[in-house]
Design a protein around this ligand. Structure first.
Ligand code: SAM
Length: 217
């Protein structure tokens, strides 16, 4: 069982994904547990404060360290083995398929979603956490990023998707991307499927598929 926790101010943004593949199947088969932890429950006062203006001036608000730390600690104290703790942030290491493969093997993981202008850096240091980005662009919050990280990783857990064969030649499983794919009809708007794919010669098709893979950096 893989235990995934997401600390967020907006659990309702992630919740709908849990009802769909690959989450749905992995949850049904008890391969994973996903718990959404509402950061507001760890606010510093009854008004629900979790943020403050930044030191050194600047626009917007920053998530304070205490609610983030307490939310992570509340999860971590119930775990037998140390969790992988990851803050989602544009300044983090860029997420890729290799990291997804590692996460698919992690027993416990806590993802933390930032909001507003981000989070206090001291909490990252105090928790000895990692920082992960899903790309060189800026979202309004970490929820979409956490969902990307979870979805990519969970589908790699054995049993989480019905057709495990689909994973073997998939893009980024090796250093290349998958060959182009074609569906019915054979000719559409004057464009025909590559002839070799229609002739049933398995060896030739396999070699076409290999040659049609594009190499990525
Ligand atoms: N002020 C920050 C900056 O310039 O880098 C941007 C903060 S962003 C508006 C708010 C939150 O969204 C971040 O703390 C982070 O959790 C999340 N976020 C935004 N872009 C992201 C990305 N590319 N990868 C991961 N998380 C991201």
């Amino acid at each position: 069982m893989h235990n995934y926790y997401v600390v967020t101010l907006f659990p309702e943004l992630i919740e709908p994904y849990l009802a769909h593949l690959p989450f749905k199947r992995a949850l049904e088969k008890n391969l994973i547990q996903v718990r959404l932890v509402n950061l507001r429950d760890f606010a510093i006062d009854k008004r629900g404060t979790v943020d403050s203006p930044p030191y050194g001036s600047g626009p917007g608000m920053i998530l304070r360290p205490e609610p983030l730390y307490n939310a992570v600690q509340s999860v971590a104290k119930g775990l037998t083995n140390n969790p992988r703790i990851i803050f989602l942030t544009p300044r983090g290491k860029t997420f890729n398929q290799q990291i997804a493969q590692e996460i698919a093997k992690a027993e416990n993981m806590i993802l933390i979603c930032g909001r507003y202008e981000g989070f206090d850096q001291r909490v990252v240091e105090e928790l000895q956490a990692e920082e992960l980005s899903i790309g060189k662009y800026v979202l309004s919050g970490g929820e979409a990023a956490a969902t990307v990280v979870l979805e990519c990783s969970i589908r790699l857990i054995p049993g989480a998707i019905d057709n495990a064969k689909a994973l073997v030649n998939e893009s980024f499983n090796t250093a290349n991307v998958e060959h182009p794919q074609y569906a019915r009809p054979q000719t559409w708007r004057g464009r025909s499927v590559p002839k070799i794919l229609t002739e049933g010669h398995h060896k030739k098709i396999a070699s076409w598929k290999l040659s049609a893979k594009a190499w990525v950096e």
